[in-house]
Design a binder for this molecule. Structure first.
Ligand code: GAR
Length: 189
């Protein structure tokens, strides 16, 4: 697919942005149905912003403390840029029900667990604490309940005897970088 025909996509981040990097790399491939036109961060020091600026992707930082005001500004920005897909890539804020309604079926999220297990935070810690044999990652549609929308794809990762939440997070993150593009391919195939 050539650039102009691709689905205009916004990526929302809060931190390192390694998933943003993976999505960007994927978006440059001919087979990719998406183009990343906008990066939004709720945190001005998010490391991922260095990447988006380096790649000259339109980048906006919003202070989500004034939620409704900010969301309206974002909706305007999305409309202006004709964004048709939002990828939440390590975005640590919860979007309002109104925002989700306005973008129904067009927001997807990556979560570091095998949903419906371990919604919310500290997923790796909880999986290890419960002595699970596997954890993993999930790409799902965002609905109005936290980490509860329809699952698009999941990848299982074995939990090793000596795993700490850090070592497990690292292995799962590697899989996230493959799963996110795969899920997008699945959505548009
Ligand atoms: C990823 O592991 C992602 O699944 C997780 O944050 C990390 C962000 O890493 N997301 C959540 O926990 C969302 N609730 P990244 O900034 O390097 O992409």
């Amino acid at each position: 697919m050539i650039g102009t025909n691709k689905i205009k996509t916004a990526v929302f981040i809060s931190g390192t942005g390694s998933n943003l990097k993976a999505l960007y790399k994927f978006s440059l491939k001919k087979k990719s149905p998406i183009k990343i036109n906008l990066v939004i961060s709720n945190y001005k020091n998010a490391k991922g912003l260095l990447f988006s600026k380096k790649k000259k992707i339109n980048t906006k930082i919003f202070n989500f403390n004034k939620m409704i005001l900010i969301e309206n500004k974002i909706l305007k920005e999305l409309k202006k840029r004709k964004i048709k897909l939002i990828c939440l890539a390590g975005f640590m804020k919860i979007l309002s029900k109104n925002f989700i309604k306005k973008f129904k079926g067009k927001i997807i999220n990556i979560h570091p667990s095998l949903l419906p297990k371990y919604k919310g935070l500290n997923t790796h810690q909880r999986a290890i604490h419960n002595k699970d044999k596997f954890s993993g990652c999930t790409v799902h549609f965002v609905n109005q309940k936290l980490d509860s929308g329809k699952i698009i794809l999941q990848k299982k990762v074995k939990i090793l005897k000596l795993d700490t939440s850090k070592s497990l997070a690292k292995r799962i993150l590697k899989e996230e970088h493959k799963l996110f593009p795969k899920a997008i391919m699945k959505m548009y195939s």
